[in-house]
Ligand binder design. Structure first.
Ligand SMILES: NC(=O)c1ccc[n+]([C@@H]2O[C@H](COP(=O)([O-])OP(=O)(O)OC[C@H]3O[C@@H](n4cnc5c(N)ncnc54)[C@H](OP(=O)(O)O)[C@@H]3O)[C@@H](O)[C@H]2O)c1
Length: 249
């Protein structure tokens, strides 16, 4: 087994202006990848992430995942800029709108399902042609421990992430013969904007059930995703890699 290496791989990371996505982009560039950093609302943050990437050949693009037509156009342009090649896609962008089902609004439900699930499927569709032509590709879906365990107050989020897992397995079956692998990484509780509002008592409660007894770092997720994008995982498809400190087994 060689050291983890993403030398010259062209990898798109959705939602890489902040949080886990920003960490993924930075980590992949350190391993030699050319990375496409995308942003929805946080343009300035994305520019800062982009300016700190190592190496060259990176791309920075606006991507409103709730607009399928614009997403298709942006990803088409990205693939052109990369001479028709793309080797990795990480469907990372995601939101949560936590609410008991009794109180959940129609727009919140649709926003979560569209951003976390439908747009991931749509982005993947955009990269299939070049990956099929190359007979090489790796798709990594960032799901969540909540998609496996469920959680009161997160029905829409849990359903979107459970859906991503089902999508992962189905697509792995569709694309295996083309040497395109599809896997997921299911993080537990990672230190980002998404978890910053957890109170001290909520954190304590979480850590009680977690053998490694700490919140995860963005690099914990980045290392798992990099492995699934690399040739070191070339015989792995349709799998979920749990990165949760043992919270869920
Ligand atoms: N943090 C955790 O503990 C945790 C645990 C399990 C799973 N996850 C999953 O990991 C992924 C990243 O989470 P995070 O904590 O890094 O979240 P975050 O800090 O809130 O960042 C979310 C990212 O998604 C992008 N995004 C959201 N909606 C978008 C849209 N409509 N169009 C384009 N981009 C959009 C945001 O871009 P802009 O700001 O530019 O709009 C941002 O870059 C998510 O899928 C999340 O569900 C996180």
């Amino acid at each position: 087994m060689t050291h983890l290496n993403l030398e010259n791989k062209k990898i798109l990371v959705t939602g890489s202006s902040r949080g886990i996505g920003a960490g993924l982009a930075q980590y992949f560039s350190k391993l030699g990848a050319k990375v496409a950093v995308t942003y929805g609302r946080s343009k300035e943050q994305a520019e800062a992430v982009f300016s700190e990437l190592e190496g060259n050949g990176h791309q920075l693009l606006a991507l409103n995942l709730n607009d399928f037509k614009a997403t298709g156009d942006s990803l088409g342009q990205l693939i052109k800029n990369w001479d028709g090649e793309i080797h990795g896609l990480v469907n990372n962008a995601g939101i949560s709108r936590d609410q008991l089902l009794m109180r959940l609004k129609e727009e919140e439900l649709l926003e979560v399902l569209n951003t976390n699930l439908a747009s991931s499927i749509w982005c993947t569709k955009q990269v299939l042609k070049p990956m099929m032509k190359q007979r090489l590709g790796s798709v990594v879906n960032i799901s969540s421990v909540i998609g496996h365990m469920g959680n009161a107050g997160q029905v829409a989020y849990a359903a979107s992430k459970g859906g991503l897992e089902a999508f992962t397995k189905s697509l792995a079956k569709e694309l295996g013969s083309r040497n395109i692998r599809v896997n997921s990484v299911a993080p537990g509780f990672i230190k980002t904007d998404m978890t910053q509002d957890l109170s001290e008592s909520q954190k304590e409660e979480l850590l009680k059930n977690q053998p490694l007894n700490r919140l995860g770092e963005v690099t914990d997720v980045a290392q798992a995703a990099a492995f699934l994008l690399s040739e070191n995982s070339s015989y792995i498809t349709g799998q979920c890699l749990h990165v949760n400190g043992g919270l869920y087994m």
